[in-house]
Design a binder for this molecule. Structure first.
Ligand SMILES: [Zn+2]
Length: 334
């Protein structure tokens, strides 16, 4: 079995319910239900009251509670380590990129350098104790204003961490379309940060994928299924070799069939796809399970193809990618 790579993984979405219970108690964050019951609510439909916040509200509400419970460098170090520990033992990962949302924690009073110090500690411990490597992606919360996003990128640039290698654009797509964040992404690009964005997930158009690539300078796309609405944009991305970091399993079971069909169609259209777990502690899945689904929906390609795409899409330099390739496939294929 090949070692796997997870490039589309949200730090709050990796937090175990037991860890949430302990961190919430430590920081006196009131949970409306015991943590394990909250987690099972994620997979139910929103109540009428909740629908005003969007169809994904139960998930985003749990995200808020997890984020509110992550305050200190020790908290960040713990959840980063546990994310990679679960990734290793559940799925055999050897490398992951974890997205975190600085503005959410900055607004709650945590200094950015506390977050990065914790992430660095958690990654260092995972390298040493688990033999699993990782990096972090500072993700813009698309509900933020353009100014808050620019400030966040400035903070990332002014406080460089060897482990924070790029920026992302996360959460409910219709709450902030990509063009709003052009300046923030441009600034990130000028300072050598890698760039990715969630696009073509909730907005029923392929244009958000195109804008993320052309205006935001994204090297890869998280999700991207709606690209299928435009054969021209599909052809352009196939030519560019853009890699789409997809995940099959969501909090909403109704979406699962549609996503599987979309990923199969993307691969048939000549697009490059990598398989990821997105929020494995919150959804009933693991990266290994997602890979199994990928083999079912796309029998024309094999696991090696998906892993090769992950290596190519990773926010690592050529030397580090060669090391990763050698580790996974052995020196003869390096
Ligand atoms: Zn995601």
């Amino acid at each position: 079995m090949l070692s796997l790579i997870d490039l589309h993984l949200h730090l709050p979405g990796t937090v175990r319910s037991q860890t949430l219970a302990e961190l919430a108690a430590k920081h006196e964050v009131a949970l409306p239900l015991p943590a394990d019951e909250l987690y099972s609510r994620i997979n139910s439909d929103p109540t009428d009251d909740e629908k005003g916040r969007g169809p994904w509200f139960p998930l985003l509400r749990v995200y808020e509670l997890i984020s509110a419970s992550l305050r200190t460098r020790d908290d960040f170090a713990r959840v980063v380590f546990e994310a990679l520990e679960d990734g290793k033992y559940d799925s055999g990962i050897c490398y992951a990129e974890l997205a975190f949302s600085p503005s959410v924690h900055i607004q709650a009073g945590t200094a950015y350098t506390e977050m990065t110090a914790g992430i660095e500690l958690g990654l260092a411990r995972a390298r040493q104790e688990l033999g699993v490597d990782g990096r972090a992606i500072a993700a813009i919360n698309r509900e933020d204003s353009a100014e808050v996003a620019v400030d966040m990128v400035k903070t990332v640039v002014e406080n460089p961490s060897p482990d924070v290698v790029g920026i992302g654009l996360d959460f409910y797509e219709l709450a902030g379309l990509p063009e709003k964040f052009a300046e923030a992404f441009q600034l990130a690009g000028e300072h050598g940060l890698h760039r990715t964005a969630h696009a073509g997930e909730h907005a029923p158009t392929a244009s958000t994928v195109q804008i993320a690539i052309e205006k935001l300078g994204c090297e890869r796309i998280d999700h991207g299924y709606q690209i299928l609405r435009s054969p021209e944009i599909v052809a352009r991305c196939a030519e560019l070799g853009t890699i789409f970091n997809v995940a099959f399993t969501t909090s909403r079971r109704a979406l699962i069939g549609w996503r599987r069909e979309s990923v199969a169609a993307m691969i048939e259209s000549g697009l490059r796809v990598s398989i990821n777990s997105d929020d494995p502690a919150l959804f009933p899945t693991t990266l290994r399970r997602e890979m199994g689904i990928a083999r079912e929906v796309a029998p024309s390609v094999n696991e090696t193809w998906f892993v090769e795409n992950s290596i190519d899409a990773a926010f690592l330099d050529g030397f580090e990618k060669a090391k990763l390739r050698e580790r996974i496939f052995g020196s003869s294929n390096a």
